[in-house]
Structure formats: C-alpha cells, structure tokens
Design a protein around this ligand. Structure first.
Ligand code: PGA
Length: 305
C-alpha cells in the first residue's frame, strides 16, 4: 500500500490551486525545493503523473484533475474534524436555534446576551412564541432547545427544570383588593381579568386553578403579550395573572401591585426542553449547561418569593 501523508495531500491541493510550486511553497511556508520533492514522492508513491510540466509552469494531468476532487474532500473532512474537536474543547462556534415561551423572553434575552459575550462566534436564531406553538416546533424537530413552562409528559421530550416561575395576581394600586391581606382565591370569584391568548401556558394554568377552585371570572380582554396585559391592568381593565419574571419596572414605579392571595405566588418552573432523537449540537449543549448554571442571575425579584 503506497505511503501517502496528509501533508502531501495538502501540498498537492495547494500546488493544484496555484499551478506553481513557488506560490504553493510561499503559501505553506515551505521552500520551493521541499514542495517539489514532496510532489515527486507523491507521484512515485501513487504511481501516476499528477502534473504536466510545460516549460516553467505546471498544470494538473487528467488523472491529477480527478484526484484533486478527492484531496479537496479529504482536506475538508480533516478541517471539519479539527473544528469539531475545538468545539468539544469549549471553543464553541456554530449556530443555535432556540425557541422560548413569550413569558420566558423576559429573562432569556439577558441570558443569551451573556452567552453570546462568552462565545462571540456563536450565531443565534431566537423565536419567541407561546407554549402551543413551541410544542408544535418540538414535534417537527425544529429548535435545538426550548425554554418553556411545565412540558407535557411523553411526546418524546427530554426536559430539565431549572428555575422557579412564580405566577402572581396583579392589580392597579387603587384597586379595592390592593391593600387587603391574606385573601382567598374564592374572593376573586367574578372579578374581571385581562388574560393571555389560548395556547399560552400561563392561560392554561390560570384556567386550571380557577376551575379547581370552582370560581368563574369575567374575561375583560384577551391579549398575547405580557406587556399589554400589564398596561391594561394598570389602566384599570381588570386583574391579571403574570409571571413574576415579567414584572420589574411596574413594581418599582408603583404602577402595579401584587395581590396577597393564599396559594400565591403559584410555584411553577421553567424547563429547558429538547426533542428525543434530535442530535444536540456542541453549542446547544454548551448553552444548556450555561442556562442551568447561570439562569437565576438573570431574573429580578429572586428574593421576593
Ligand atoms: P406562556 O409561558 O404563557 O408565555 O406561553 C409559558 C408557561 O408559563 O408555560
């Protein structure tokens, strides 16, 4: 079996590209005689003429042309192998496709920004959408990973809980309930609520709690954004149920208050979820580990619940 080295293949590729021993030597930081010698040995070892010498210049022979396709593939695979090893060692490059629940976006962008500062070569596609759409995306193997509320059991999902997602009931500061202490959920019977759209995890949870408590509520308005809900509640349209993670300014500036109701904040959790059978790329794995370790730093109000 002929002895051919990777180095010879790289030199062959370079000489083929430049059609010149001298230029290839410059590019490879070698001397021109060393390049000529390597190419001569390669021809001898393979038993074929790779080049045709035409005066001072060289061109690929017909066989050389065909072999060049293989050498290009070999070099490409070799580079891919090295790049992969680099990523595994922690110098991540690559693309991360991530979807987050509308509510999780309030902290996810901060985490992504910190991750991206640590790994500036990573590019990111972020989709912010509700729970229902996220489950469809997972079903279609679309995102590398998602951040969502409690995922359904089964469905071929792999999930890890990583941070509390406390749900609170909010009201404008002049609401009759605003200053009441130790209220019961039954006190909310027939109150007007501004609610999230169908398909939202928050909405699903609120409906379940109210049903379990045997109380009804009047839907004052339905909207797909937590920001819009907070504005509407502050404007007096009704009460609202949102994750504590969506409330920053409004509590500080006194535009909203959290009602004191037994059983609240309702303790839910954020989960990082992947689809069984979808290969987890090194960058997705790296982000997942970052999230599990660091997420709590990027929410406010940790001390409040
Ligand atoms: P969402 O949040 O209401 O924005 O879909 C997800 C969840 O809390 O389950």
């Amino acid at each position: 079996m002929p002895h051919i080295t990777l180095r010879q293949i790289r030199i062959f590729d370079s000489v083929s590209h430049y059609q010149s021993h001298t230029r290839a030597a410059e590019k490879l930081h070698m001397t021109q005689p060393a390049v000529s010698m390597q190419m001569k040995q390669l021809e001898e070892n393979m038993g074929v003429d790779l080049f045709e010498r035409r005066g001072r210049s060289i061109v690929l022979s017909a066989v050389g042309e065909e072999l060049r396709e293989y050498s290009t593939d070999i070099i490409q695979s070799y580079n891919n192998m090295l790049a992969f090893a680099e990523r595994v060692k922690g110098h991540e490059t690559g693309h991360l496709t991530i979807s987050v629940a509308t509510t999780a976006n309030h902290f996810s962008t901060r985490i992504l920004s910190a991750f991206s500062k640590k790994y500036p070569e990573v590019t990111i596609s972020l989709d912010v959408t509700n729970r229902q759409r996220i489950l469809q995306q997972l079903d279609n193997y679309e995102p590398d990973l998602v951040i969502m509320g409690e995922p359904p059991k089964g469905h071929g999902l792999i999930s890890e809980q990583f941070m509390p997602n406390p749900l609170v009931i909010i009201a404008p500061p002049d609401h009759p309930f605003a200053k009441k202490k130790g209220m019961n959920i039954k006190d909310l019977d027939n109150q007007k609520f501004v609610v999230r759209e169908k398909g939202s995890g928050t909405r699903e949870t609120v409906e379940r709690i109210f049903k379990d408590a045997g109380i009804g509520c009047t839907q004052a308005m339905e909207m797909s954004s937590n920001e819009a809900i907070k504005h509407s509640v502050a404007a007096g349209f009704g009460l609202g149920v949102v994750s504590l993670h969506t409330l920053e300014l409004e509590l500080n500036n006194g535009h909203l208050v959290i009602l004191d109701i037994k059983g609240f904040p309702l303790e839910r959790h954020w989960h990082v979820v992947t689809r069984q059978g979808k290969a987890v790329s090194p960058v997705a794995l790296s982000f997942k580990n970052f999230l599990l370790k660091e997420a709590h730093q990027y929410t406010h109000h940790e001390g409040m619940v």
